[in-house]
Design a protein around this ligand. Sequence first.
Ligand SMILES: [Zn+2]
Length: 125
Amino acid sequence: MKKNDFYLIGALLLIIALSFLAIQISRKDKVKEGSRVLVTINGEEDKSFYLNEDTTYKILHENGEWNTLEIKDGYVRMVDASCPDKLCVKHREIHDDNESITCLPNRVVLRVIGGQKSELDGIAN
Ligand SMILES: [Zn+2]
């Protein structure tokens, strides 16, 4: 193998590495900085999480009921809950500003704030 071939392979590897990195960065860009999900229990704000930090959180209620939310790749969804209807678990994942998932039996609301602006912004509040 000639010396030039090494340079060529090295350059190719570098291009592959850089494009891989670019894909990772553009994926992160999807999540607007400052996007959060607000957890409301019984009408009171409980906690909020940033959508750009993957996490799982279990909400424990005083009456023994519970909801588990998951944040992944900028989206939030209810992965599990103790409610009988499981409507919150069946709800699709949310991401855009003012989108919400409600668990009526457990009186839990997950709402996205500071995400991509929808036209309803300003009217809703
Ligand atoms: Zn529910």
